[in-house]
Design a protein around this ligand. Structure first.
Ligand code: PLP
Length: 419
């Protein structure tokens, strides 16, 4: 999870971008098309893919697009019997949901005791009906799938495609590329990896990447670049190239949404990429991983961490023992953290860890903030043992206190009224 510098919002809301009408002819929108072109090229090189579509509005939307591509690809090859999608049990719920929406049958693959996918286990379920294997790497336990090359080789040998869920891409930037790991399709959540506020139901952005053999299936439109008649070679792209939206792609799965998708997010993402540069992005990954491991080692002193090894940008802890011995759940710890002024971590995900807290610090957190978080969580855990009832009422300092979770989900009331 990344930090969202406000400057990127300032750039995206400049009138040249924000007031551009989606029907503006290509020749009058060269700057905006260039932004999309440069973002597409940058993502392709950073993640080792042949091409990206900036069309999808979120990670889940891109998953759907990728699986539609896989379906069309296999149909063109006369392999319509490939109707199974393999999804490890650590995957985000959108993975099996997207596969099911596309009409595939979902095969759930249990993780090994190391919290990873095993090569032999996957080999055992591969066959002529395998369409796609969807993997997140590092996975949602924060662990790098160290057998990924062998897994990709086995899936390819069986004739299937590899899909990379890039929600955790901020852990690997500049170090490893999904294309090099053997993935054929992937998505990024630019609202997770490259600035753009995440959560709150706001608009997202999910670029969809493909290897060369799938490029012709990408959603339309694709931003195309052609040399300017009298363009100077070696000058800036805008001097050398003319940009246009290409809708004429006979094998495309078609548009996934209207117009240019969430264009302002493309501007934010490119601004973040260029501000950091190649070395800066590497540093983002380094610091995200360092911060997560600092928290993991310190929190392990007072809370169970089921996977005791170096993690990537996130790790999982469990409140299972606190629940058993004191009736205090992961939910209660998360609510209590709000009283200490910290954003609560993701809870009850991944599903394979009981009473799970999935903790994912951004790369920009200072040591003071991380130490403050550790101290707050330590105090909460001590309180869970000495005075559990107090935690069951948390949060007590926020505008809205403990809500009935089921009613809040079924009958959301999103207005705030003073008093
Ligand atoms: C691992 C993983 N995959 C996929 C998604 C879905 O992404 P989005 O919320 O952009 O649809 C998420 C979202 O949190 C995620 O964490």
């Amino acid at each position: 999870m990344k930090y969202n510098p406000r400057v990127n919002d300032a750039i995206a809301t400049r009138p040249e971008f924000a007031q551009l009408h989606p029907y503006t002819p290509d020749e009058l929108a060269q700057g905006a098309l260039q932004v999309m072109y440069e973002l597409e090229r940058s993502l392709s090189s950073l993640f080792g893919m042949a091409a990206f579509s900036l069309n999808p509005s979120a990670g889940a939307h891109a998953e759907l697009g990728a699986l539609l591509i896989a379906k069309k690809y296999f149909k063109d090859r006369g392999e319509t019997q490939r109707d199974k999608v393999i999804v490890p049990d650590t995957a985000h719920g959108t993975n099996p949901a997207s596969a099911a929406m596309c009409g595939f049958k979902v095969i759930s693959l249990p993780s090994s005791e190391r919290g990873r996918v095993g090569v032999e286990e996957i080999r055992a379920i591969l066959g002529p009906d395998t369409a796609v294997c969807m993997m997140t790497n590092p996975n949602t336990l924060g662990l790098f799938e160290d057998d990924i090359a062998a897994i990709a080789a086995a899936v390819h040998e069986a004739g299937g495609l590899m899909y990379y869920d890039g929600a955790n891409a901020n852990a690997i930037m500049g170090y490893a590329r999904p294309g090099d790991m053997g993935f054929d399709l992937m998505h990024l959540n630019t609202h997770k990896t490259f600035t753009i506020p995440h959560g709150g139901g706001g608009a997202g952005h999910g670029p969809l990447g493909v290897a060369a053999h799938l490029a012709e299936y990408l959603p339309t439109p694709v931003v195309a670049a052609s040399p300017r008649p009298n363009g100077e070679t070696g000058a800036a792209p805008s001097d050398r190239l003319t940009f246009s939206l290409d809708f004429d792609r006979p094998k495309s799965i078609g548009p996934l949404r209207s117009f240019w998708s969430n264009f302002a997010h493309a501007v934010r993402a490119l601004a973040y990429l260029y501000a950091n540069g190649a070395e800066g992005l590497k540093r983002v990954s380094q610091l995200a991983v360092l911060n997560a491991n600092y928290l993991r080692v310190n929190i392990a002193e007072f809370l169970e961490t089921p996977y005791v090894e170096v993690c990537r940008h996130e790790f999982v802890a469990s409140a299972q023992a606190l629940k058993r011995d004191h009736g205090v759940r992961a939910l209660d710890l998360a609510k209590a953290l709000l009283d200490y002024g910290y954003m609560a971590p993701t809870i009850y995900f991944p599903l394979i860890v009981p009473e799970c807290l999935m903790i994912e610090p951004t790369e920009t957190e200072s040591k003071e903030t991380l130490d403050g978080f550790i101290a707050a969580l330590r105090e909460i855990v001590e309180q869970a043992k000495s005075n559990p009832q107090a935690l069951l009422d948390a949060p007590v300092t926020t505008v809205v206190g403990r809500v009935d979770e089921t009613r809040a989900a079924r009958q959301p009331d999103l207005r705030w009224r003073p008093g």
